[in-house]
Design a protein around this ligand. Structure first.
Ligand code: SF4
Length: 415
C-alpha cells in the first residue's frame, strides 16, 4: 500500500464509507466550498455526515472506514478484493486522534466506524474495538459512537464493541439468503443472524441489570441496526418488507436501513447495469414507517404491492393500500378508533393525535381536518366529517388519477 498522509487517507476512507446508508445526510444538492469561490457550508466535507439520535436530534458524525482493503469479494462492494480502487488504511490510533481533533474543533459529535476485513474477522474487530476503547477509556470521550461489527468475529469481541459503542450494527446485506449466497458467497445468513441474536440478548440482559443495579455497565444503549441493499438482486419489495419485519421482531432492531444499489466502477458481471430508482428506496422507508408507527402488518404492506410484489412508485404505500381496500373507507373522523384514523391517506401520527384530542371537546368539520394536513384533496374521498361525506367516491375507477401527486419534471443533473 502506498504511503499516504492523513488527509489523503481521509479522502479515500471517507469516500469509501459513503455507501453505508445507516447514517447518511441525504436529500441535498452537492455544493463545493473549495476553489475560487471560497464559499462556506459545503455538504461534501470529507467524512462528516448527519445522523439522527433516538430522541430526534441531528448529530454530525465523522463517518469513515478503518480501511477499504478487504479479503472478501462481495460482488456489490466497491472495496471488494478484486476491485481496482486506491487503498488506504488508518491505524486505530490515527482514527482516535482524528476523532478527537474533529471533536475539539466542534466539527462532529461522534464517530461512525466501519471497515473492510483486513487479515481476519477477529483481527479487524479487535482494531475497531480498540478505537472505541481508547476513545472512551484513554480520552474519556463522551460523544456518540456507532460501530459496524463483523458477524464472523468472536462473540466476545462483538460484545466488547457493545460496551463502548452507543449503537452497533450488523449488516444483513441482502434481503434473501439466495441473494446473499449469489452476491456475497463468503458471508453466511445464519452467522449474521446468530450475531444479531447474541447482540439482542446482551442488550436486553444489560438493560435488565441496569434496572436493578445502577452500576451495571451500559451496552449499546442506542440498540442495533442493519442495512439491506436494494436492487442488486431480484428480491421484490414484498420480500424486502417481509425480511425487514422478521428482523425487527426477532432481533429487536431499532432501524433497518435500505440502500439503493449504485453501480460501481469495474462492476462484477452478475450485477445489474442500472441502479434501481431512488424512489424505490423511499417507498420502502415509507412502508417501514407504516409497520413501525401506523400499525400495518407486513402482509398488509405486501398486499399493497402489485402482482410482481413491487410497491407502486407513483403513489405512497398507504395510499396504494387504501385504493386497493376501499371497503374500509370512508372513515368517520369524529368516531373512528385511532387504528382506523392512522389508515387514512394523508393523516400522519401527529394529525391523528390532534384529531383525537380535539374531538373530545367538539365535532370536527372538514376545515378543522384540512388545517392539520398538507393536502385535503388526498383525504376527502376517505373521510366523513360533520359537514362532509364523499358521494361513493371510493367506488370511482379514476380515483387514483384524481388524488395521486402530479408528475414533475425532475432536475436533469440533480445529485
Ligand atoms: S466484507 Fe464488507 S467491505 Fe469486504 S467486500 Fe464484503 S461488503 Fe465489502
Amino acid at each position: 500500500m502506498a504511503q499516504l498522509d492523513t488527509r489523503e487517507k481521509l479522502a479515500i476512507l471517507a469516500d469509501a464509507a459513503k455507501y453505508d446508508a445507516s447514517c447518511a445526510s441525504s436529500g441535498t444538492a452537492k455544493r463545493s466550498s473549495e476553489g475560487k469561490a471560497k464559499g462556506i457550508g459545503s455538504t461534501e466535507g470529507m467524512g462528516i455526515c448527519h445522523a439522527y439520535a433516538p430522541d430526534g436530534r441531528c448529530i454530525s458524525l465523522l463517518k469513515i472506514l478503518l480501511t477499504n482493503s478487504c479479503i472478501f469479494d462481495c460482488h456489490y462492494c466497491i472495496n471488494r478484493k478484486s476491485s481496482n480502487v486506491r487503498r488506504a488504511r488508518f491505524t486505530a490510533q490515527e482514527v482516535v486522534q482524528l476523532t478527537l481533533a474533529f471533536y475539539r474543533r466542534n466539527y462532529i459529535e461522534g464517530l461512525f466506524l466501519s471497515s473492510g476485513i483486513i487479515r481476519s474477522s477477529n483481527y479487524t474487530m479487535e482494531q475497531i474495538v480498540e478505537v472505541a476503547r481508547s476513545l472512551r477509556e484513554d480520552h474519556q470521550f463522551r460523544g456518540y459512537i456507532h460501530l459496524k461489527t463483523i458477524p464472523d468475529a468472536d462473540p466476545e469481541l462483538i460484545a466488547q464493541a457493545g460496551l463502548h459503542a452507543d449503537r452497533v450494527s450488523i449488516n444483513v446485506e441482502l434481503p434473501t439468503t439466495r441473494g446473499l449466497a449469489r452476491l456475497a458467497p463468503e458471508k453466511s445468513a445464519p452467522r449474521i443472524e446468530g450475531a444479531m441474536r447474541d447482540m439482542k440478548t446482551k442488550i436486553e440482559d444489560t438493560a435488565d441489570a441496569r434496572k436493578r443495579y445502577r452500576s451495571a455497565p451500559r451496552f449499546a444503549p442506542a440498540g442495533q441496526s442493519t442495512q439491506m441493499i436494494v436492487g442488486a438482486d431480484s428480491a421484490s419489495d414484498g420480500e424486502i418488507v417481509t425480511t425487514a419485519s422478521r428482523l425487527y421482531d426477532r432481533f429487536g432492531l431499532r432501524r433497518v436501513y435500505y440502500s439503493a444499489f449504485s453501480p460501481i466502477p469495474d462492476a462484477s458481471a452478475v450485477l445489474p447495469l442500472q441502479r434501481p430508482p431512488l424512489m424505490r428506496e423511499h417507498r420502502l422507508y415509507q412502508s417501514d414507517w407504516l409497520m413501525r408507527f401506523y400499525g400495518f402488518q407486513p402482509r398488509e404492506v405486501v398486499a399493497a404491492a402489485g402482482d410482481d410484489g413491487m410497491l407502486p412508485l407513483d403513489i405512497d404505500p398507504k395510499l396504494a393500500w387504501a385504493l386497493k381496500f376501499r371497503e374500509h373507507f370512508p372513515v368517520d373522523i369524529n368516531r373512528a378508533p385511532r387504528e382506523m384514523l392512522l389508515r387514512v391517506p394523508g393523516l400522519g401520527t401527529k394529525a391523528v393525535g390532534s384529531i383525537l384530542a380535539a374531538r373530545r371537546w367538539r365535532t370536527l368539520r372538514l376545515d378543522d381536518v384540512a388545517r392539520l394536513t398538507v393536502s385535503v384533496t388526498k383525504l376527502r374521498p376517505f373521510i366523513v366529517t360533520a359537514d362532509w361525506r364523499p358521494t361513493l367516491l371510493t367506488d370511482k375507477v379514476d380515483l387514483k388519477a384524481r388524488i395521486a401527486p402530479k408528475r414533475e419534471q425532475m432536475e436533469l443533473f440533480a445529485a
